[in-house]
Ligand binder design. Structure first.
Ligand code: ATP
Ligand code: PH2
Length: 185
């Protein structure tokens, strides 16, 4: 994949998390901002899950969700726009893994494999994080041509537990998906 936008669209998966302020509202604001970019269309949204903090524990619980987008942007351009949306929505970086109004992680983008200081794809920690995998399982179709479906379900099956993940609500933004059965896997 080259570093500039093309007219060919790719499908990408984004994880969203929020644990400060009006969490649900901020998640929808982020999704709307992504969809309003001329080079990005939001295709599907997962349900919202309330999740216990991982990594840095002394902080409020998160709402986590994922979204599938179609984009003509190159991965670097998509990430740059995601970082812009984070700062528009008041994201301030204080503590690693700490509280935030919004966090947007680029998880997966078709065939893209990258490891630069600014962007790693697939996201290096996505397969260890139940707060990513459970919502991702809501929106990855089982005929996904990039192989993501079996990667997600294999990782879900090998996770120790999903105790800290509670279904919270179905996404009420456009194109919300019903929760999959992944909490039972
Ligand atoms: N796939 C990716 N998605 C998002 N950011 C990435 C990715 N790969 C590398 N980065 C880099 O990580 C930097 C720090 O991201 P951020 O502050 O959101 O981390 P975090 O959310 O606290 O932790 P984590 O990366 O474990 O989710 C970003 O500025 C970005 O350049
Ligand atoms: N439950 C939960 N824990 C986290 C999250 C998150 O989105 N949800 N994000 C982190 C850093 O990206 C660190 N810990």
């Amino acid at each position: 994949m080259n570093a500039h936008s093309t007219s060919e669209a790719s499908e990408a998966y984004i994880a969203l998390g929020a644990n400060l302020g009006e969490r649900e509202h901020t998640l929808y604001e982020a999704i709307t901002a992504l969809d309003e970019h001329p080079g990005i269309r939001v295709l599907r949204c997962s349900s919202l899950y309330e999740t216990e903090p991982v990594g840095y524990l002394d902080q409020p619980s998160f709402l986590n969700m994922t979204a599938a987008v179609s984009t003509t942007l190159a991965p670097e351009e998509l990430l740059a726009f995601m970082l812009e949306v984070e700062s528009r929505l008041g994201r301030v970086r204080h503590i690693p893994n700490g509280p935030r109004t919004i966090d947007l992680d680029l998880l997966w983008m078709e065939a893209a494999r990258l490891a630069t200081p600014d962007l790693e794809l697939p996201h290096p920690r996505m397969l260890e994080r139940a707060f990513v995998l459970v919502p991702l399982a809501d929106i990855v179709p089982n005929q996904d041509p990039s192989g993501l479906y079996s990667i997600v379900h294999t990782a879900l099956n090998s996770l120790d537990g999903k105790d800290g993940i509670q279904f919270w609500k179905t996404c009420s933004w456009r194109n919300g998906s019903a929760p999959s059965e992944s909490l039972k896997e």
